[in-house]
Design a protein around this ligand. Structure first.
Ligand code: 2F8
Ligand code: CA
Length: 198
């Protein structure tokens, strides 16, 4: 009888010790996981800070490169104001000239100011400009630099406009649109920079 009681007590003690040990293990594991998660959290926070800092540096570098690029036009293009200009070395109709400009990421030149007109005058060329009674960007013509007596439309046969580099001021004249002539393209000096600044 006493032995039986001793056995029961032994079993109860074993069970108690096991449960205690398991609880200790669980508690130990939970604490370990918690510490691990806290460590992970602080590593991730540091990584976020580093990524933010490197993003700032890369953004500055990109803007510097765009600005440097923004000060120059592609090869064979001339820079004036905030535009790049291309003067063709062959002749074509007004439409084909415009098509060529568009394929170069540009359009026929739009002359907005006296300064731009003076720039064109110094190219000493007869060439198409982007005007067929309205500018190629659909804006209306407000001020023109016409030759005396022009535009005369010559019985509605002349509906596209050239700058005449042979005239003293490279003034404008209307001529037939299918006339074969040189042309001048214009595009913004750096559309990418303008895009990022927008
Ligand atoms: O006299 C002005 C007149 O001169 C030429 O026609 C004879 C011009 N045409 C060409 O250059 C093709 C006209 O546009 C101009 O009005
Ligand atoms: Ca004319």
């Amino acid at each position: 009888m006493a032995f039986g009681l001793l056995c029961v007590l032994q079993v109860a003690l074993n069970v108690y010790l096991r449960i205690n040990c398991m609880e200790d293990n669980i508690q130990h594991n939970v604490t370990g996981h918690k510490q691990l998660l806290q460590t992970n959290d602080s590593i991730l926070e540091k990584e976020i800070e580093l990524l933010k800092a490197s993003n700032n540096i890369l953004t500055k570098e990109r803007d510097q490169l765009l600005r440097a690029k923004g000060n120059s036009c592609p090869e064979k293009w001339m820079s004036f104001g905030s535009s790049c200009y291309y003067k063709s070395s062959i002749k074509a109709t007004w439409s084909d000239s415009r098509q060529d400009c568009r394929e170069r990421g540009a359009d026929l030149i739009i002359i907005n100011t006296k300064e731009e007109q003076d720039f064109v005058r110094n190219l000493h060329t007869r060439a198409w400009i982007g005007l067929d009674w309205k500018w190629v960007d659909e804006t209306p013509l407000i001020n023109g630099f016409w030759k005396y007596g022009e535009p005369n439309e010559n019985n509605d046969a002349e509906n596209c406009v050239e700058v005449d580099g042979h005239a003293s001021n490279s003034e404008w004249n209307d001529i037939p649109c299918d006339f074969l002539w040189y042309w001048i393209c214009e595009k913004p000096i750096n559309p990418e920079l303008l895009k990022h600044q927008a």
